[in-house]
Design a binder for this molecule. Structure first.
Ligand SMILES: *Cc1c(COP(=O)(O)O)cnc(C)c1O
Length: 427
């Protein structure tokens, strides 16, 4: 695909330590460009680096002296060294919460943490990936920012476009939660509902990219996908730095397309290669909703290929029936000794309420999936409760109020008198 238009100024410094795009399948390399598929074998492209190997102490000190957002890791990302001085939503450095109450409830004795990405600017982990993609979009001279989205990405793109002065036009399934639609529309960009599910939306966007109507458009998760994906590495970096530059034993990660899970693994491997953390084994676990569980089904059946599903679950942000990175997720979970598991919608709601009740963290349905799967993995013996475990909450519960609304409400309605309060039996 040709890079676009007028003020595209790609220089050697534009992408920091990144040096090329490389194919995940055949390893063929091509120049850093708005490309996503290998011209040799059609495999997915990812960013390749010359990372600052050498003195880990100096690199650690440089990171620690950086801003309290993802740009502290600029030396490990495809962004220019001065990225922190440009307008951006500057996501990241979210809380790693030591979840002792939840640990007690679940019988985890090895230490349990919630990496709470609801604290990002648009209240989901998607701000991380968009922050990198928008830098690439500006470098390539794109004038419209776009995406196919299950909801959270649309909001993150709308906000990032507003902040950086780009036009945005994003595409979602028409029947998303009201909270997601409002969150995506409020930033003033174009929001288009498509009559179909996410996989239909994604197919439509692939067609639009090849059409003159899509010229000058940077689709963060299609033609900018290699850059977008790198944003998820910052979750791995933050978790390890917040643990005191240490790998956890086990991480539980939700799966939609599988990009986040594969890039967290990439980030952990980089930290080891750079000597920033001690090299020891870690296990990666994937979490899906039963109503959209193509990766979990393949994992359990021992298959290498993913059979697409038609999603039907309240966890709409994870409802991708044909996940692009599914085979790589299977590979990583098997290689590290982890697993992929799924929970049903009732268990998702229960897990949202469990996390809220024990730790004061209100997760969206994706967080309910992850905590529910953690619970199930402990029950079926696949996750070791005596090992240190990190579970991700990737979005804010305010986005999916409908999921918990039927099972929440007032404890009582009383007259404004003490007698009435006593009668209610709450004293
Ligand atoms: C997008 C999303 C994910 C994971 O997405 P991947 O496509 O697997 O990278 C997880 N949680 C939430 C809330 C999301 O919006």
């Amino acid at each position: 695909m040709a890079a676009v238009t007028t003020e595209s100024v790609v220089t050697a410094e534009s992408f920091g330590p990144a040096v090329a795009l490389s194919c995940r399948e055949c390893g063929a390399r091509t120049a850093l460009a708005p490309d996503f598929a290998c011209i040799e074998c059609f495999g997915p492209l990812e960013v390749a680096y010359e990372l600052p190997t050498g003195d880990p102490e100096a690199l650690r000190a440089r990171i620690e002296a950086g801003p309290t957002n993802i740009w502290r890791y600029a030396p490990l990302l495809p962004v220019p060294a001065d990225v922190a001085s440009r307008p951006n939503l500057n996501p990241g450095w979210t809380k790693l919460v030591k979840a002792d109450n939840l640990a007690r409830e679940l019988g985890v004795t090895g230490g349990l943490y919630v990496k709470d990405d609801s604290g990002n600017p648009t209240h989901s982990f998607k701000d991380r990936v968009v922050a990198i993609a928008v830098e690439a979009a500006r470098t390539f001279g794109f004038t419209t920012l776009s995406c196919s989205s299950t909801g959270n990405l649309a909001g993150a793109v709308g906000a990032a476009a507003a902040r950086t002065g780009l036009r945005s036009c994003v595409f979602i399934p028409h029947d998303l939660e009201q909270g997601k639609i409002v969150m995506a529309a409020v930033y003033g960009g174009e929001l288009v509902g498509i009559e179909g599910n996410y996989d239909d939306v994604n197919r439509f966007c692939s067609e639009l990219i090849g059409d003159p109507a899509g010229e000058g458009w940077g689709f963060v998760n299609v033609n900018l996908r290699p850059y977008y994906g790198e944003g998820s590495k910052t979750l791995a970096y933050e978790i390890c730095e917040q643990l005191g530059w240490r790998l956890p034993d086990q991480i539980v990660i939700p799966i939609a397309s599988g990009s986040q899970l594969t890039k967290i693994d990439k980030g952990l491997k980089e930290l080891i290669a750079l000597g920033l953390v001690e090299d020891r084994p870690y296990k990666i676990f994937g979490a899906q909703a039963e109503g959209c569980s193509p990766v979990s089904v393949a994992f359990k059946a021992g298959h290498d290929v993913i059979r697409p599903q038609k999603p039907d679950t309240i966890a709409k942000s994870l409802a991708i029936g044909n996940p692009a990175d599914g085979p790589y997720v299977l590979d990583i979970c098997r290689r590290t000794g982890g697993a992929v598991e799924d929970v049903n919608d009732e268990q998702v709601v229960d897990a949202i309420k469990l996390l809220a009740r024990t730790e004061g963290i209100f997760a969206e349905t994706a967080g309910g999936v992850t905590v529910g799967v953690l619970q199930k993995l402990i029950k079926n013996g696949l996750l070791d409760p005596t090992a240190e475990t990190v579970v991700l909450n990737t979005g804010d519960g305010l986005k999916t109020l409908d999921a918990v609304e039927p099972t929440t409400g007032l404890s009582a309605t009383i007259r404004p008198t003490l007698d009435s309060f006593r009668e209610a039996g709450l004293a």
